[in-house]
Design a protein around this ligand. Structure first.
Ligand code: UTP
Length: 459
């Protein structure tokens, strides 16, 4: 009998063990990949039409209580192309959301459950008034800061978030094309571009100040058309960059069920995700690092129908430059307990601190729970010391483009959450004296009239 050396035997045994392990792992893998009887039933016996990633995605969705998506599926062989169309859309949505559709549905479920339970996301935090400037429009201090800001504008870039649907307004066109001034009939986009060109000139900038516009499927083509029809309102075509945000699936209820199109049972309803996408787009497209290399120091973010925002941007830029702020939120004076978010510094019992927007219905209870029995009350100025957030920001490029990375949340103003504790985050609140500095076109005339009658802001 031939002798087999111990080392050879060990080698043969290990090879056998390996082969066995591989076969076992494959079977387990196969088994995990194969749909269970319950999954087959939910998919109306159509599982074999899909394999690999597609099938895995369908299984994930079933685990996330989305079986209603397949309720109207017929047996295999009937309407298979339609089923494939829905699965293709699901895959596309899976690829465009960080973490995929499963992460999207899980996040939505968690947020909806927290809101149903009335959970306070700021439990454990103590609010205090953040670093900031309260300025009266046109005051000597304002003018001084404005002069500083005009100088700083020579190294500024501008970002306009304009992907919103404008559902509340009920207007079929894009909001940027609405008239912003009645004397000339100039639209919002024209007023914005003219303001940037004026800053470009008065700051003595050595190169054109860049403008990025975030669009979505709902606004992209019309924004492009508006720019082209008006020769970019005087900007050089390559001065303007359009970045299109992806859409996310709509939810049909508070259990985060994905909503099928009522007119097409093989299509999900989708909508833009929120203006927070702008950070991921600026980082991911490489535009931000390009700007940084070109010497851009400040990025000013603003929204589609805020006709007065350029009255505030130069002074706010002045504050950013003077105080070297990483983040500067342009804010408005806010009456105590008024129903808009307030900017607050929140310090956790663990020592972690951040300056962010706190919704009014969270701010008042948080103050009451942390030693302020009357909650959000006015100070000697007659306003709450927590200024009103309007989601118009000025960010310092070096910190923004740094390690913090973009947060895929729905609000652009959530960005400071990502910053280290010692980041310099402040606000510039400008009292327009004669009226509201923040008066976007948001509601239909009927809704605005009703709001006005009830004494609330008509935003
Ligand atoms: P709004 O809060 O006014 O929302 O957006 P909206 O989507 O435009 O309008 P409704 O809610 O459907 O009535 C504030 C700003 O954020 C932009 C809007 O274009 C506007 O400048 N936005 C909003 C985006 O760029 N993307 C989005 O997904 C949502």
């Amino acid at each position: 009998m031939p002798r087999v050396s111990t080392s050879k035997l060990t080698a043969v045994l290990s090879a056998g063990a390996l082969a066995f392990a591989a076969a076992y792992a494959y079977r387990v893998y196969k088994r995990r990949d194969e749909p269970s009887a319950e999954e087959q039933a939910a998919l109306k016996d159509n599982a074999q039409l899909f394999k690999g990633k597609e099938l895995k995605l369908l299984q994930q969705l079933l685990q996330l209580d989305q079986r209603h998506l397949f309720d109207n599926w017929k047996p295999p062989g009937e309407e298979d192309a339609e089923k494939a169309r829905l699965v293709e859309q699901l895959q596309q949505l899976d690829q465009t959301y960080p973490g995929g559709l499963a992460a999207y549905v899980s996040n939505a479920k968690r947020l909806l459950a927290d809101s149903k339970a009335g959970a306070n996301p700021f439990e454990g935090y103590t609010p205090s008034v953040p670093q900031g400037e309260n300025l009266d429009f046109g005051s000597a201090e304002f003018q001084e800061l404005e002069r500083e800001g005009v100088k700083a504008a020579s190294n500024a870039a501008f970002v306009l978030v304009a992907g919103g649907l404008g559902e509340r307004l009920g207007f079929s066109g894009i909001k940027l094309a609405l008239p912003a001034d009645t004397a000339r009939g100039a639209c919002f986009l024209q007023v914005y571009i003219e303001s940037i060109l004026a800053l470009q000139k008065s700051s003595g900038a050595s190169s054109p100040l860049p403008l990025a516009i975030m669009t979505s499927d709902d606004t992209h083509a019309l924004t492009e058309q508006l720019l082209e029809e008006h020769s970019h309102f005087g900007m050089q075509p390559d001065q303007v960059t359009l970045l299109k945000q992806a859409k996310v699936a709509c939810l049909s209820d508070t259990d985060a069920h994905l909503a099928l199109d009522p007119k097409d049972g093989f299509k999900l309803q989708t909508k833009p995700h929120g203006h927070g996408d702008v950070h991921a787009l600026l980082h991911g497209s490489g535009l931000l690092s390009k700007w940084q290399q070109q010497g851009v120091r400040w990025v000013a973010f603003f929204q589609d129908t805020n006709g007065l925002v350029f009255r505030a941007i130069p002074a706010a830029l002045g504050v950013s430059a003077q105080q070297n702020l990483d983040v500067n939120s342009i804010a408005v004076p806010r009456a105590a307990k008024e129903a808009i978010g307030g900017i607050a510094r929140l310090t956790h019992s663990s020592g972690r601190a951040m300056t962010i927007n706190v919704e009014y219905n969270q701010l008042d209870p948080l103050l009451r729970a942390t030693g302020h029995p009357d909650g959000d009350v006015a100070d000697s100025s007659g306003f709450s010391p927590y200024p009103g957030n309007i989601n118009q920001l000025i960010l310092k490029v070096d910190s923004y483009a740094g390690d913090a990375g973009p947060h895929p949340g729905p609000h652009s103003g959530d960005f400071p959450r990502e910053l280290p504790d010692d980041a310099k985050v402040g606000f510039t609140s400008i009292n327009q004296v004669w009226g509201q500095q923040y008066s976007p076109v948001r509601n239909s005339p009927e809704d605005a009239r009703a709001k006005h009658k009830s004494g609330t802001r008509t935003l």
